[in-house]
Design a protein around this ligand. Sequence first.
Ligand code: TXA
Ligand code: MG
Length: 337
Amino acid sequence: MERIVVDPLEPSCEALERGAAALRAGRLVAFPTETVYGLGGNALDRDAVALIYAAKGRAATNPLILHVPDLESARRWTGEWPDAAQRLGEAFWPGPLTLVLRRHPDVPEEVSGGLPTAAIRVPAHPVATGLLRRVDFPVAAPSANPAGKVSPTTADHVLKGLEHRAALVLDGGATPRGIESTVVSLAGERPLLLRPGALPASEIQVIVGPLDRPAAAAGLHEAAPSPGMHERHYAPHGEVLLMDWDPHERERVAALAREEVQAGGQVGALLLRPLPGVPVHHPIPMPDDPLAYARLLYASLHGLDDLGCDLILVDPPSRDPAWDGVRDRLTRAARRG
Ligand code: TXA
Ligand code: MG
């Protein structure tokens, strides 16, 4: 995969045109968005879509997000445009919000794993926008990582995970938000929060009122409202152990860490407070602020992976809703099976 370094604020026309030409030719291009790097391909080209699934090793039933440069294009490529979509688009686009709506007949069903709906968003990043403006089709782009692994927030992460799987990566440095967009379905009777993410649900509720959650909505929507939600995800190679503040639990964790060290393993940690008495080779102090934490989360996990950590201890993030996106990613990185 070729790397083209671009200025994240003022990307050169030449670099953007290289990316757009590759997309037009049916090839895959990794590019930065404000959340994470995406692995993009022409959403109207079945072969390009198949390349995306193959590159990630992603189940064909786990749908992709369409990326478009503006709200007008979002309307063009969806099969319905309810009032809630207009209001949310006006409020948050460009930005880290993905809407699930009825799929436009011109969009092949492979994009959404056979579902009658499609996810769409307008990213807020000059490189993404510049690229999307140069093509006349929506760009299907999942996060540019192998399925189930930690999402990429730098071009190095993309290269490490996908190597020769894309034609090129537009390297615009680290992505500012650091976790993926919030996904909301407007395909049912009431708005449904499918994935917490970079845009807090509280802000969305100001515009459309209360959001259903998948568990509460069981029966109202299709059996599997968001296929990607069921898989283990965002996981580094080492085992992630999400701790809690209870002293007994911390003693249990300390014992596990000692065992790991005795067995010759490397222990890493993402810490909000010091962890005295526990052997940790690679402690990373994390900021006690959800935005700053999100920005560092994936880069920290990639870093601990690169150091060969076998066990990664993680302090529990606050239960405050502002931490929902971070908590969701940590919980799913930690889930085994
Ligand atoms: O921030 C992001 O959203 C990044 C950047 C690249 O835009 N993209 C991203 O894509 O995270 P991906 O493919 O890694 O995650 C898309 C999520 C999955 O959980 C998928 O199941 C869900 O959105 N999704 C996509 N289309 C859907 C649909 N039609 N119905 C329900 N869920 C859908
Ligand atoms: Mg992903």
